[in-house]
Write a protein that binds this ligand. Structure first.
Ligand code: UDP
Ligand code: MG
Length: 323
């Protein structure tokens, strides 16, 4: 077998119903690729789009042999789409970014410059994300800080999946068997020489946001469950506190029984509140347990992470720089 030739850079981009941005994305990337100090392949991942995204990508591939693409057989979600792209990317350095141009492609030049100085993971850190809705920003702000408190590894706050990773790091990530992939967490977990490049998050170029509130919430829960077992311990703590309160109540009731027989705190309302409180605590704890057990179930099922319906461009040798 002929060894697969390796480009210097791979740019991995997941696209889900992004027909409106493909042309502009390619235009901006072309300019960046012309300035990069090496050969580049574009790995476009169609995440089961229902619009004309795949057709647009195909057309790009026809016109430019630096464009490789794969199409997932249905919508598997952003993290899985990126994972699929990482699995197939061949570059010495692999960049992952969003399709909607919220991550400015020109920043890739800065990421690459850091890589050339020897860093192996260079993540872009949002110093400003004004264009997003304030509610989304507030949630993101709170979430990243909670995650930092809970997680076993230091996951940098306000970083998304926009980053450059060295081949060595990508190989490690690809070898990780876990299927709940919280990439920015895994990226922190692997170690290696890491650094950050600050950037200002732009407005989405066109089209609607694909990360619905539900998807963002799922991603967030996934991040916490994948990188922390603190919530599991939470039920123990809550249980201890509830037991202490109950003990106190016992003492109080005995005291009242003997010294203040007319105390109002022995009626139906108290009992009802206590029952609801304990019921709520138990349900929340079972829910938390369920999150972890669900994770164990998913990991053991052994299904592939994604299914591919189309793939093109990866069989070719790498073209020379520029076009
Ligand atoms: N995306 C995807 N699959 C999905 C949802 C999103 O591949 O199920 C891609 C989307 O096309 C975009 C990136 O993930 O390239 C980020 O999505 P979006 O801009 O909607 O999220 P936000 O920037 O608000 O986090
Ligand atoms: Mg976006």
């Amino acid at each position: 077998m002929v060894p697969r030739s390796q480009p210097d850079y791979s740019i991995v981009i997941p696209l889900y119903n992004e027909e409106a941005v493909v042309a502009e994305l390619y235009r901006r990337l072309q300019a960046v690729m012309a300035q990069l100090d090496g050969t580049t392949e574009l790995v476009l991942v169609d995440d089961g789009s229902g619009d004309r995204t795949l057709e647009r990508i195909r057309a790009l591939h026809q016109a430019d042999d630096r464009v490789c693409y794969l199409s997932l057989a249905r919508n598997f979600g952003h993290q899985i789409a990126v994972t699929a792209g990482l699995n197939l990317a061949r570059g010495q350095a692999v960049i992952t970014m969003d399709a909607d141009l919220q991550d400015p492609p020109e920043l890739i030049l800065d990421l690459a410059a850091q890589w050339r100085t020897g860093y192996q993971v260079i993540y872009a850190r949002r110093i400003q994300r004004e264009p997003d809705q304030w509610l989304k920003r507030a949630f993101a702000y709170g979430f990243y800080r909670v995650l930092r408190m809970l997680a076993d590894v230091e996951i940098p706050t306000d970083t998304g999946d926009f980053c450059l990773m060295d081949r060595q790091v990508v190989d490690v990530l690809n070898a990780m068997p876990e299927r709940n992939r919280y990439i920015r967490g895994l990226r922190a977990w692997v170690g290696f020489r890491q650094t950050e490049v600050p950037y200002k998050r732009d407005r989405r170029y066109a089209g609607a946001v694909k990360y619905t509130f539900r998807k963002s919430l799922a991603l967030g829960i996934n991040g916490i469950v994948s990188f922390s077992t603190v919530p599991l311990r939470l039920s123990t703590y809550i249980g201890l506190v509830a037991a202490a309160i109950a003990l106190l109540m016992v003492c109080l009731v005995i005291y009242w029984r003997f010294f203040e027989p007319n105390s109002p705190l022995t009626g139906f309302a108290t009992i009802a509140i206590a029952i609801f409180f304990i019921g709520a605590v138990q349900l929340i704890c079972i829910g938390i347990l369920g999150e972890y057990i669900g994770r164990i179930y998913e990991e053991t099922r052994g299904r592939p992470l994604y299914t591919l319906s189309e793939i093109a461009g990866f069989e070719k040798d790498m073209p020379s720089k520029g076009k």
